[in-house]
Design a protein around this ligand. Structure first.
Ligand code: ADP
Ligand code: ADP
Length: 228
């Protein structure tokens, strides 16, 4: 479960990015976060994986209170959260296999288990045949599928995605969305910031709209709204 209460975030330059957010997201939910540019969507989701800390308020993820979480325990938190970005953030000098294996290697998983688990998730994203390729040998959609494989290799209970289809053409965006749906159907909670109006209005999910650092709308099967 994800829970925020009375969360505020002011950046060091004085910008008030989050202006009092209270929210509960239950296990297995699929949530879109929408709103205009600069509304605070990225800040809202960055706080969930402790990329940013709130200035005040409480954030609890899977029973872990982020406000009192020691720096040394952040890697442990991140293991229960998969993160997917608009620009993929793959390591260019590592192959597809190595990019996905990395998260398991750092926790000292044994090589046989790593190989099995990596090939299983590459199979899920239909890229097993490109395990030896490097990121720059893949299309954008393929790179995003690798980053999704990387994000789920640890079996996280929560997946956070910031504009995952922002750099992809419409057909490829739909492929990626179907993958997210499949992952959600297996029980993973998904929180996705998006500007993709067509997807939000077609693949109906809970919609949280953020404007000026506040939640202005929260609907079980919502619409995108009037943002660009
Ligand atoms: P969105 O994702 O909805 O576009 P952001 O969360 O990125 O919104 O930004 C919310 C506000 O915080 C904006 O005014 C933005 O300029 C500001 N902001 C975002 N990141 C930083 C940062 N690292 N330092 C200072 N201000 C920031
Ligand atoms: P798209 O138009 O769908 O983004 P591309 O035309 O970039 O895809 O690539 C088509 C296929 O060719 C993809 O399967 C991709 O992996 C492969 N490919 C693209 N560039 C290279 C490359 N430099 N080396 C090897 N394979 C490549």
């Amino acid at each position: 479960m994800i829970e925020m209460s009375e969360v505020y975030k002011t950046y060091p330059n004085g910008v008030l990015a989050i202006n009092g957010i209270d929210i509960v997201i239950n296990p297995g939910e699929f949530v879109y976060v929408v709103g205009p540019s600069g509304a605070g969507k990225s800040t809202f989701i960055k706080m969930m994986y402790r990329e940013e800390k709130p200035s005040s308020g409480k954030i609890i993820i899977n029973g872990i209170d982020l406000s009192t979480l020691k720096e040394s325990k952040v890697p442990l938190l991140r293991r229960s959260i998969g993160v997917v970005f608009q620009d993929f953030k793959l390591l260019p000098k590592l192959t597809v296999f190595e990019n996905v294996a990395f998260a398991l290697e750092v926790i000292g998983e044994n090589p046989r288990n790593i190989r099995k688990r990596v090939l299983d998730v590459l199979d899920l994203v239909q890229l097993k045949h490109k395990a030896r390729f490097f990121p720059n040998e893949l299309s954008g959609g393929e790179q995003q599928r690798v980053s999704i494989a990387r994000s789920i290799v640890n079996n996280p209970s929560v997946m956070i995605a910031d504009e995952p289809t922002g750099n992809l053409d419409p057909d490829t965006s739909w492929e990626i969305m179907h993958l997210f749906e499949e992952i959600n159907n297996r029980g993973t909670t998904i929180v996705m910031a998006t500007h993709n109006k067509e997807i939000v209005n077609t693949l109906k999910k809970r919609v949280i709209a953020v404007e000026d650092g506040k939640i202005v709308r929260d609907e079980a099967r919502g619409e995108y709204g009037i943002y660009d």
